[in-house]
Ligand binder design. Structure first.
Ligand SMILES: C[S@@+](CC[C@H](N)C(=O)[O-])C[C@H]1O[C@@H](n2cnc3c(N)ncnc32)[C@H](O)[C@@H]1O
Length: 247
């Protein structure tokens, strides 16, 4: 693949990611976007909305997790140039998220509603803190590597790719997956929880818990005992390390 083409593809994929991230904030928070978790999308009866929404979540979740596995990357880099493998993952995920945002069926039956102004403010604060934690965590790991730009940049400048080192800066000292903690805070903190939003938050939580098992298996396989020691020291999603096993 020509270097300039790879760069253009990487930048386009990164922009698709940025657009889907920004849209996700409005989608979950129910503001500024034409179709959100609770409004604007096609209306369907409950018996249709639930399976359609679950299908959309599954269409995102399965490729998003499978395409991140080392065995999958080994196989498909026989067909996709390694320099744009991550960008292709990012682009695929962003397009599938776009499909979800576009076709999501709102189910605006209220589950809980917070009237108290302090409670509403608190929910808003947790929502924004969650998104901030997501963004900050990407930079702490390596934002441009996670979203494929570093790979195409190295390719364009003729340098070999080096995997990002395992590190535990800031919140990673206490929590192994702060990026996912951020998503969970943003997805659950709402002053008005509807059935549709609950379906979204509950399903994405289940997906995150499953996906993290795969990610941790890969990390433990790659880093061995040092990752096991890290698991003893830092909590998975909350800053509470697991109890040490008695020997
Ligand atoms: C989307 S990031 C999410 C990182 C982490 N699961 C979280 O929620 O903060 C996934 C990538 O980060 C890598 N990763 C996870 N923890 C890491 C760490 N402490 N240092 C460097 N890379 C890490 C994984 O190998 C994977 O490629």
């Amino acid at each position: 693949m020509s270097r300039i083409l790879a760069l253009a593809y990487g930048v386009a994929s990164y922009l698709a990611f940025l657009a889907s991230l920004l849209y996700a904030v409005g989608f979950v928070g129910d503001f500024l976007v034409p179709r959100s978790v609770d409004a604007g999308g096609p209306r369907s009866p409950l018996g249709v909305a639930v399976p359609v929404d679950l299908l959309l979540l599954g269409l995102f979740a399965v490729p998003h997790s499978v395409m991140a596995r080392p065995w999958f990357k080994r196989r498909w880099t026989r067909f996709v140039p390694p320099s744009v493998e991550r960008s292709t993952y990012v682009l695929t995920s962003s397009l599938l998220l776009g499909l979800l945002f576009w076709q999501w069926r709102p189910i605006p039956i209220v589950v809980w509603h917070v009237d108290n102004p302090v409670g509403r403010w608190l929910m808003g604060a947790i929502f924004w803190a969650g998104w901030a934690l997501v963004l900050v965590s990407t930079f702490l790991i390596d934002h441009f590597d996670l979203f494929g730009l570093r790979q195409v940049y190295l390719h364009v400048t003729g340098r070999p790719y080096t995997p990002i080192a395992f590190k535990t800066p800031g919140p990673y000292r206490y929590v192994r997956h702060p990026l996912m903690t951020g998503f969970l805070l943003a997805f659950w903190a709402t002053p008005e929880m509807t059935v549709g939003h609950l379906l979204f938050a509950g399903s994405t939580t289940a997906y995150i818990l499953i996906a993290l098992r795969f990610e941790e298996r890969d990390l433990a396989g790659f880093h061995g005992e040092s990752y096991e020691a890290y698991r003893e020291q830092a909590g998975m999603l909350l800053p509470f390390p697991r109890a040490r096993k008695r020997s």
